[in-house]
Design a protein around this ligand. Structure first.
Ligand SMILES: C[S@@+](CC[C@H](N)C(=O)[O-])C[C@H]1O[C@@H](n2cnc3c(N)ncnc32)[C@H](O)[C@@H]1O
Length: 306
């Protein structure tokens, strides 16, 4: 039997009783270790489960699926996923492989960041498409997530932004050498995500795109760090302020709220140092001012062309 087991988000004890019983009796237990991490570290998991774990990086999962599934017809093998196995990154490819090989499988669910974000007070059914914000470098600055945030805002829907994780990335120099060396692991913070968003807002403003006025530096954003762990932190402030904020150790997620229901505002207020309603009003004023400025510019351009 092949088991895919969700571990939950915060600490070793978040595994379900059912999951723990299976982990204890399996012949091999893999821990998926490239799409998410447990704040406590894998050693604490091994200690609590009372057994060693095999760390499964991207290479092993994507190219070594046969090794993971090896002899799972006759023995029990578990594959552990932080959060829920179907939350954000899904491991359906592994399950398809198991099915092709006639290996029976079972999924044990758990809490995911996709639902735990409800802890900030925003209603899950007011969320639109989730986006991922990747790290930029000098040559690669993808921005398709920005259009999805705007589309969500246009529909009055909040956006959950999952932030990039880079683990076991080969160094540029080692790509051409025989010996692979790896960059130190990196986990994007809310501050970096807001810095990239702010750069995009200004780039779009310069290019004269009107839609971006829904989203500016004064918009309220919500940063969530280490959700489910005792050190969990939630902060609601403007995008501009979030750029300067340090929410501490990973993992971080960011929410761009659309228009909020009064109940959502009331709950969220406990995570904000200023009056949230005032912040929202200021953001709305900025939006109207920039639309007005844009229209004036467009008018004067068309007048001078006539
Ligand atoms: C690809 S998703 C993996 C989701 C996981 N399978 C789940 O169900 O929660 C990983 C991203 O989710 C967010 N995330 C996961 N756990 C988190 C936590 N405890 N606190 C804040 N953000 C978290 C981070 O942005 C992280 O980069």
């Amino acid at each position: 039997m092949f088991y895919v087991i969700g571990l939950g988000l915060g600490d070793p004890k978040d595994i379900t009783v059912k999951g723990l019983e299976i982990v204890k009796r399996c012949e091999r237990v893999y821990l998926e270790s490239y799409t998410s991490i447990m704040t406590c570290g894998h050693e604490k998991l091994e200690e609590f489960y009372g057994r060693p774990l095999i760390l499964a990086d991207r290479e092993l999962v994507e190219s070594g699926a046969d090794d993971i599934l090896h002899n799972a017809h006759s023995v029990e093998v578990a594959f552990l996923v932080v959060g829920d196995p179907f939350g954000a990154t899904t491991h359906t490819d592994l399950l398809i492989r198991a099915k092709e090989k006639n290996i029976p499988y079972q999924v044990i669910h758990n809490a995911s960041i996709m639902n735990a974000i409800g802890c900030c007070g925003l209603q899950l059914y007011h969320f639109g498409e989730t986006v991922s914000i990747p790290y930029w470098d000098a040559n690669w600055q993808p921005d398709s997530f920005f259009d999805k945030i705007i589309a969500n805002l246009e529909h009055g829907l909040h956006t959950l932004c999952l932030l990039d994780i880079r683990v076991k990335e080969p160094t540029l120099a080692s790509l051409t050498s025989k010996k692979r060396e790896y960059e130190p692991p990196r986990f994007m913070s809310c501050s970096t995500a807001c810095d990239q968003l702010s750069q995009l807002i200004h780039k779009r403003r310069l290019s004269g795109e009107a839609k971006h006025h829904l989203f500016n530096d004064r918009n309220v954003v919500i940063g969530l760090a280490r959700v489910g762990h005792e050190s969990q932190e939630i902060k609601a402030c403007t995008l501009k302020e979030m750029k300067q904020s340090d929410l501490g150790d990973p993992l971080h997620s960011l929410i761009i709220p659309a228009e909020m229901h009064p109940m959502e505002v009331e709950f969220l207020q406990q995570f904000c140092d200023e009056d949230l309603k005032e912040l929202q009003k200021k953001a709305r004023r900025d939006e109207l001012t920039s639309i007005f400025k844009l229209e004036t510019t467009l008018d004067s351009t068309s007048n001078s062309n006539n």
